[in-house]
Design a protein around this ligand. Sequence first.
Ligand SMILES: NC(=O)C1=CN([C@@H]2O[C@H](COP(=O)(O)OP(=O)(O)OC[C@H]3O[C@@H](n4cnc5c(N)ncnc54)[C@H](OP(=O)(O)O)[C@@H]3O)[C@@H](O)[C@H]2O)C=CC1
Ligand SMILES: CC(C)(CO)C(=O)C(=O)O
Length: 329
Amino acid sequence: MQITVIGAGAIGGFFAGLWAQAGLNVTLLGRARQAAEYANGITVSDAQGWQGHGQPRFTSDPAALAHADLIVLTVKCTATLNAAADIAAHARAGTVVLSLQNGVSNATDLAAALPDFTVLPGMVGFNVVPTGPASWQKVVSGHVKAQRHPILDQLAAIDIAPVEQVADMERIAWGKLLLNLNNAINALSNVPLREELWQWHYRRVFAAAQRETLRVLKQANIKPAKVGAMSPTLMPLFLSLPDFIFRPIANRLMQISPTARTSMCEDFAQGKPSEIDFLNGEVTDLANRYGIAAPVNHRIVELVRDAENGGRREWSGRDLTRAVLSRRK
Ligand SMILES: NC(=O)C1=CN([C@@H]2O[C@H](COP(=O)(O)OP(=O)(O)OC[C@H]3O[C@@H](n4cnc5c(N)ncnc54)[C@H](OP(=O)(O)O)[C@@H]3O)[C@@H](O)[C@H]2O)C=CC1
Ligand SMILES: CC(C)(CO)C(=O)C(=O)O
């Protein structure tokens, strides 16, 4: 049974290393420039002190997809269709493709591009950061979930990040998207996740984006699942609490290491296009389809696009609140 992970970044590097150290047969399909970095395997760890080392095969040749029994896609949403073209060109028809990406539309897009393959949506509920070359650490508590399929049984019992199989991923994907509404705020703040969430002004913007999204989802009759420590409807209330109440409760509910940053913050740092269209952009698209306004998410999309085009990147909580919330009407 061969697993090929496409994308040797944070999520791909972490899972390829984790699964290889657990004894699974793993190939990591990355870019040619990454070959030297991954030549001696991958160190994986968590923030509680666990550490392991795995040695997946590294290749930058998509022809290697011909040997895969399970393909795990860990590229950014902006790269999904290019990766799908590689899969269509090289992998065997019928191969299972698991998307471990954020957003709600990757699996649908993949299924449309790969009609002869079995596509499974998946969700990674935690954050991964580099701790050195070919060295990845899980720095936020959380789970991995995926659409049920027998081929995933081999990933179910792996410590640190077991893959839980579920019957319906749509509600879970929307539950995760509610958390990912913070990715843009974190990127625009340009401070680590914990430092950002510890500030009421940033949380106000996050809560407003969530409230608006919950209203849109209600119209669309989508009931987002609980993905983090709290139900989706309680989250905006919790985020709106003053710091002196929020911080001690948050400390008990979630582990966020001081180095954690959202993946969009990393995109900004590396000058890569962000996934904004697949996160807050999904909300504004859905709102448009139902003829309702989503000014908070709309404004956040605008600010991220502006930052990507050279505009302001380091927003204080107060300035961001003013820029997003004062123009709501
Ligand atoms: N980072 C995190 O902690 C979390 C990320 N996620 C989600 O997981 C997904 C992956 O994110 P992340 O790991 O951070 O992304 P990264 O940008 O760190 O890694 C993606 C890698 O895939 C490479 N890539 C893109 N297309 C191909 C291709 N066709 N063949 C081979 N390699 C390719 C990219 O190379 P290049 O840059 O050259 O294109 C890059 O090295 C995203 O949807 C993200 O939102 C979910 C939870 C947490
Ligand atoms: C941080 C986390 C886990 C939730 O926002 C994430 O999904 C990301 O960084 O993209």
